[in-house]
Each structure stands twice: as C-alpha cells, then as structure tokens.
Design a protein around this ligand. Structure first.
Ligand SMILES: [Zn+2]
Length: 166
C-alpha cells in the first residue's frame, strides 16, 4: 500500500556577503538593514530549506542537484522560482502540503518583527493557509558561527499527504 504521508526535512546555510548592495531575503521577504547573504541565487535560506524539505519528502532529490550553482540561469535568481518548480513536481506526484515548519538560526539581524511577514509570504508561495505554515527564529546563544554572526541557517520540516487511492 502506498504511504499517504511523507515527512521531509531541509537544512540550508549561507554566509553573510561582503557586498553592501546585496539585499537580505528571507522567506521571500526583503529584511531591511541586512546584511545580505552570499550565494549563487538570492541566497534565501528559508525558501532553500523548504524546497529541500519538499523534495526530500517526495523522494525527488535535493535542491543542489536540481537548481545548483552550476546552472547560470539561476544566478541571482528569486528563490520563489525553486519553490514553484518543487510544487509542480509535487503536484505531478499527487502530493499536497499538510504543513511546513521553519526554524531560522541567526544572531543578527533581529528577525522577530519580520516573522509574520515571512510566514504570510511563505504560505502564499506554497499555496497553503497561513495556519499551515510556521516560521520561527532563534539564536545559538553566542555559540559557533551563527553565534558569531557569520551567516544564517534555516531548518525546515514539511508533511506531505496524498490520496491513498492513487
Ligand atoms: Zn541556499
């Protein structure tokens, strides 16, 4: 029997960029004041972690192999492109999203005031109700590279479901 539920996890990390003009984009939201994150695309750690969780849950590989830095068309790409492509793959497999939960790990900048905007944007991009999405932010209490403010990490967990009669 086909399992009607699948769980997936994603982890993404980007270092802060030296480029003062690079915006900080988290969950599809530009966070004013930055600093921006370095990366091939827009370096949106939240969307990257979610896409990896979605692909992992559906057994469809990972974001690196599908949208990796070897692909010049994804340079500076808006990461919502990756979300849309992952959703297309999921729909083709009959999967729909039950819920998604994200944990940002960042010593800087302060993200609490942007959480709601990120949640609404993430839910919108995923085509789910805001109640099906969660975006949290935490620190590592000064420990390690995130504690030193060298970059931002995000973990995401998703639950997919599909009609068992398929
Ligand atoms: Zn990434």
């Amino acid at each position: 029997m086909t399992v009607p539920f699948r769980v997936g996890q994603g982890l993404d990390v980007h270092a802060f960029s030296d480029d003062p003009d690079r915006p900080l984009v988290l969950g599809g939201v530009v966070v004013p004041g930055g600093p921006g994150l370095a990366g091939h695309s827009d370096a949106d750690v939240v969307l990257h972690a979610i896409v990896d969780a979605l692909l992992g849950a559906a057994g469809l590989g990972d974001i690196g192999s599908r949208f990796g830095s070897a692909r010049p068309e994804y340079a500076r790409a808006d990461s919502s492109v990756f979300v849309r492509e992952a959703l297309r793959l999921l729909a083709a497999g009959g999967w729909s999203i039950g819920n998604v939960d994200c944990s940002l790990v960042a010593a800087r900048p302060r993200l609490a005031q942007h959480r709601e905007a990120m949640l609404v944007r993430v839910a919108g991009l995923l085509g789910v109700e805001p109640a099906q999405a969660s975006v949290k932010a935490t620190t590592t209490d000064g420990l390690g590279w995130t504690g030193r403010g060298e970059g931002i990490a995000c973990l995401a967990v998703v639950l997919l479901s599909r009609d068992p009669v398929r």
